[in-house]
Design a protein around this ligand. Structure first.
Ligand code: SAH
Ligand code: TMP
Ligand code: ZN
Length: 406
């Protein structure tokens, strides 16, 4: 059995999704025969409670100079990060001449709000193409992976940080101990580490298994973060649930004893206990629900196909890589996936090689059904696709179970 990445205890898998390619590895036909695969499988550590991948992909295979995901592609996410930045400024960045660091700052979607306010800031972003986009919009960015050494170096060059931020990136970093040491080294004594990631409680309650892919090494909960942070003399001082990315949790962390702990922390601890997040049986049950979701989706798509309906995919998300590969959905069941990201268009979905086409192709000739692979942006998408629905089109979702959306 592999060793837990956090506490080294042996960790068994509760599910394997089988052979899986790089989730964001949209590719050209010339590269089909050299595509990289690994086994996507997930385990729950009964000792420290961390849900994690039990086979890892080398980060340099995922984050590089042609990383496909540009954060600013979603209007809602842009609004979300404006409000995240506002909350940090109001509550935590109150000292004179503050310094704010963000890891995984991508195209600058959040840090631009500190930049335009004239505050000292630094993005740490290893994917060169998105880092270049951030710099072009005035966000100071270094192109590297954040680790302990980076924490020390940044402190030496810029001074200690008031806030260390991360969104949808902390769970990507395999060596959490090194990361936290780096954060501690960089933060002022009363500095805060604020990060938000897809929340395990939402994944379990919605059976949203498509959150599980190569980049997401960890599926955090308060109960798993608490002992990990305690080892580094840090603690969670507040928890703020978010609706983004299908249900995320924002954790506010400080050095132990440096700041008061909000009541919401104890309340969330109790909710997690009530949900059974610490019971191995919860994950066996989750596996059964995931298998059912797969079987239902494949049956529905086959039925529609047999009835001569046209079905396309909406949003070539990284999450869709898990769904299409695990369910065995190819261009026989989903004609194409439309996506607004220029870098994905004209390429093919990882593993299943479904064509990824510009959004215009969807509008030119509406399909009968569109699988909402970007279900986490569902409100935004359904609101703007009134014409599709007026034309008789329907969305298919698989969260929290497979259904045609009313
Ligand atoms: N924060 C943005 C981007 C999330 S995508 C948002 O929420 O939309 C994850 C980003 O983290 C990618 O841009 C990736 O290149 C970056 N990343 C991955 N590992 C990292 C590490 N060790 N240090 C800093 N950034 C990292
Ligand atoms: P995400 O789920 O990882 O945020 O990725 C969303 C993907 O969906 C991204 O490739 C952009 C695409 N997308 C669209 O094509 N149309 C949309 O309206 C939205 C919100 C996203
Ligand atoms: Zn463990």
């Amino acid at each position: 059995m592999p060793a837990c990445l956090i506490c080294a205890a042996p960790v068994g898998d509760f599910i394997s999704f089988g052979r899986m390619p790089i989730a964001n590895g949209f590719l050209m036909p010339a590269d089909f025969d050299r595509e990289f695969f690994f086994e996507l499988k997930t385990g729950y550590c009964e000792r420290c409670h961390m849900v994690q991948l039990t086979e890892l992909v080398d980060p340099s295979k995922m984050f590089h100079d042609h990383y496909a995901y540009f954060s600013s592609i979603s209007v809602r996410m842009a609004q979300h990060f404006a409000s995240f930045a506002g909350m940090v400024r109001e509550r935590y960045v109150t000292a004179a001449d503050p310094f704010v660091v963000e890891v995984g700052s991508n195209d600058g979607i959040m840090l631009q709000h500190f930049a335009t306010a004239g505050l000292r800031h630094l993005g740490v972003e290893p994917s060169a193409n998105v880092a270049a986009a951030a710099r072009a919009s005035g966000v100071r960015t270094v192109c590297r992976f954040f680790d302990e050494e980076a924490g020390h170096e940044i402190r030496k060059e810029y001074g200690a940080a008031d806030a260390f931020l991360g969104a949808n990136v902390i769970c990507h970093i395999p060596d959490m101990h090194t990361l936290i040491k780096g954060v501690r080294a960089l933060l002022k004594d009363d500095g805060v580490f604020v990060f938000e990631e897809p929340y395990l409680g939402d994944i379990v309650s919605k059976a949203s298994y498509d959150q599980i892919y190569d980049e997401h090494v960890y599926y955090f909960s308060l109960q798993s973060l608490t002992p990990l942070l305690a080892q580094h003399e840090m603690e969670v001082i507040d928890v703020l649930p978010q609706t983004t990315h299908g249900g995320s949790m924002r954790y506010v962390v400080a050095k132990r004893g440096a700041r008061p702990v909000a009541d919401g922390v104890a309340a969330l601890r109790e909710r997690e206990r009530a949900m059974g997040l610490m019971l191995p049986a919860t994950y066996q049950e989750l596996r059964r629900r995931i298998e059912k979701s797969r079987d239902d989706l494949v049956s529905l798509l086959k039925e529609l196909r047999a009835a001569g309906k046209r079905v396309t995919g909406y949003g070539a998300t990284s999450k869709s890589t898990t769904v299409t590969n695990y369910c065995g959905i190819g261009s026989d069941l989903v004609e194409f996936i439309s996506d607004t990201t220029p870098g994905k268009q004209g390429r093919y979905s990882p593993g299943t090689h479904i064509p990824v086409v510009p959004y215009d192709r969807f509008v030119e000739r509406y399909p009968d059904y569109a699988v909402l692979f970007a279900w986490n942006h569902g409100d935004e998408i359904v609101a703007k696709e009134q014409a599709f629905r007026k034309a008789g089109g329907q969305f298919i979702s698989y969260v929290p179970n497979v259904h045609v959306m009313a």
